[in-house]
Design a protein around this ligand. Structure first.
Ligand code: GRF
Length: 203
């Protein structure tokens, strides 16, 4: 069994999708061993507690720097023997210390087809740019924001009458599909990183 940690800051719908995928067997060979939120009132944190998971609020204000915060998180992860860290709407840029402590074992989901539209408000960026197709990306995390090797992407059309909300909803459905899929591949040792490319190994 691989041990997952989920890091989130808000709604937690991707976390719920991962939780459900483990419950119904779409993700095999993994369990959620720890949930961490940097926001006390995060819905995702409340859901984790309701489900009886080890769920912790870590207050950034208790730390002098981003690195101190990340050192505390890494200690928590090591204490729980975490194999894979899943960022799921975690609204903090993680430090190089954290990245190197868990090199190639941190993944993230981003609501655009990277490398287009990194950073905040990716759906709004796509709409304003006028692209006809956008989507979402699950990728390994490296030192640059929304930059590491890409594991899975899904394309989503932009419709004529889309608003940021309708487009975000359509992308979110795909996020909930590909994030569990990517986790299932990783925990079952089906992915290999070769340079910037992620190769999915056949059986
Ligand atoms: C998602 O759109 C995800 O792609 C982005 O943050 C949002 C988190 O939503 N990184 P949720 O908390 O998983 O519902």
């Amino acid at each position: 069994m691989k041990r997952l940690a989920i890091l989130l800051s808000g709604r937690g719908s991707n976390f719920r999708a991962i939780y459900e995928a483990i419950s119904n067997g779409d993700i095999s060979n993994a369990e959620i061993a720890l949930v961490i939120s940097d926001k006390k009132e995060a819905k995702g944190l409340i859901f984790a507690k309701e489900k009886g998971l080890d769920a912790r609020f870590v207050n950034p204000k208790d730390f002098e720097s981003r690195e101190e915060f990340d050192k505390y998180i890494v200690d928590l992860l090591r204490g729980k023997e975490i194999d894979l860290v899943c960022l799921a709407g975690f609204m903090r840029v993680i430090t190089p210390y954290f990245v190197s402590a868990y090199r190639n074992r941190i993944i993230n989901i981003h609501p655009s087809l990277l490398p287009s539209f990194p950073g905040l408000n990716a759906q709004k960026q796509a709409l304003e740019y006028g692209v006809k197709i956008t989507g979402c990306t699950v990728h390994f995390v490296d030192e640059k924001v929304d930059h590491g090797p890409i594991i899975i992407q899904a394309a989503v059309p932009v419709l004529e009458n889309d608003t940021v909300e309708t487009l975000s909803d359509r992308i979110l459905k795909e996020e909930h599909r590909i994030y569990p899929q990517a986790i299932n591949l990783i925990v079952n040792d089906k992915v290999e990183i070769v340079g910037r490319r992620v190769i999915v190994k056949e059986n």
